[in-house]
Design a protein around this ligand. Sequence first.
Ligand SMILES: Cc1ncc(COP(=O)(O)O)c(C=O)c1O
Length: 421
Amino acid sequence: MSNIQELTFPRSGNAQALDIAKIREEFPILQLQVRGNPLVYLDNAATTQKPLAVLDRIQRYYREENANIHRGVHYLSEVATRHYEEARVNIARFLGARHSHELIFVRGCTEGINLVASSWGKQNIKAGDEIILSALEHHSNIVPWQILAEEKGAIIKVIPINDAGELLIDEYEKLLSERTKLVSVLHVSNALGTVNPVKQIIDLAHAYGAKVLIDGAQSTPHFPVDVQELDCDFFVFSGHKIYGPTGIGILYGKEELLLAAPPYQGGGDMISRVSWEGSSWNVLPYKFEAGTPHIEGSIALTEAIRWFSEIGLEQIAAHEGALLERATEAVADIPGLRLVGTARNKASVLSFVLEGIHPNDIGALLDANGIAIRTGHHCAQPLMDRLNIAATARASFAVYNTEEDVDVFAAGLRRVQSILG
Ligand SMILES: Cc1ncc(COP(=O)(O)O)c(C=O)c1O
């Protein structure tokens, strides 16, 4: 497509210390008072808040560019189509994909994984084949494979973890065999923060000819990812977890796999020709994008990526790492507190239990002071079963969080412990 405005996404920003106060000014929601207190938002692993750049981009789209894309011959349709396709080109650069048509716009990780299971999976997984997942997985990377395995008579195997929440790679190697057709694992655990050695996992799987899907829901917000360097076969992420809108995400798949896989949904745009005798499919990526897509979502997601790339993902990672360290130290001597997830390599998540106090009560009492954390099983019930707990409380950090946020959270937690402990 002509006139594409190509963006670059440097891994490092301007190498100066981050000006968090200035960054916070770009998030109107962070100025809220909640129940009479300044909002302390520590539920970033569930979803991040959105900067003005993203909010303004959505407004601009609807004020100046809105039209349905493709096939339109009028001005607005051309503008909307150009920005939509520009988004694909730029997000492909962000992920390091070889071709922009290897990126499919989906609703998020969940839809991306379901797409692979329903399309590539149905075509390639047969009775007796094995799919390897990990003990850390989010339900969205378990249930689609269970549905497929049941339908096909395939077998799911699970990479176990140690008590720190780290995958046991030796055990993984023992699970691999010629029967392994797919390995699907998350990059970073939403429940524990563990960063998995996905490059090693991918290389080991490839030695057996298995394909690998990486769930990047919790890695893309925190550090640079390059799908060609990883050599993963599929990769998914959700826009709303990286400062972009909800309802938009990316499925990356290697060209040859997407070319050979059947469509996921039928409808407009995914066909090249329809007749009563039958239909034929459009080229990539449109074969997988039936119906009117989330046009402004894809455009605003690009704006989100541009926004945080300008700050620099490496600087963001360093800032969040320092917050995690501070939080870990700040809560260490709270009586009855036990961290859940103590992997050596962790990103941005502090999960814990307080003896004798239900995590929901911790969350409710912190909320009374304007502190937002998440409590529950974090859509990882098999992981909770493995850890012999029903739920945890979880604080998770983003670029706009401050040391003061951490201190307010730790003080709030001490109050909870003194009231209910
Ligand atoms: C690791 C992981 N995978 C998948 C998902 C699902 O993402 P979405 O709900 O955006 O599809 C989440 C969301 O919390 C997640 O943390």
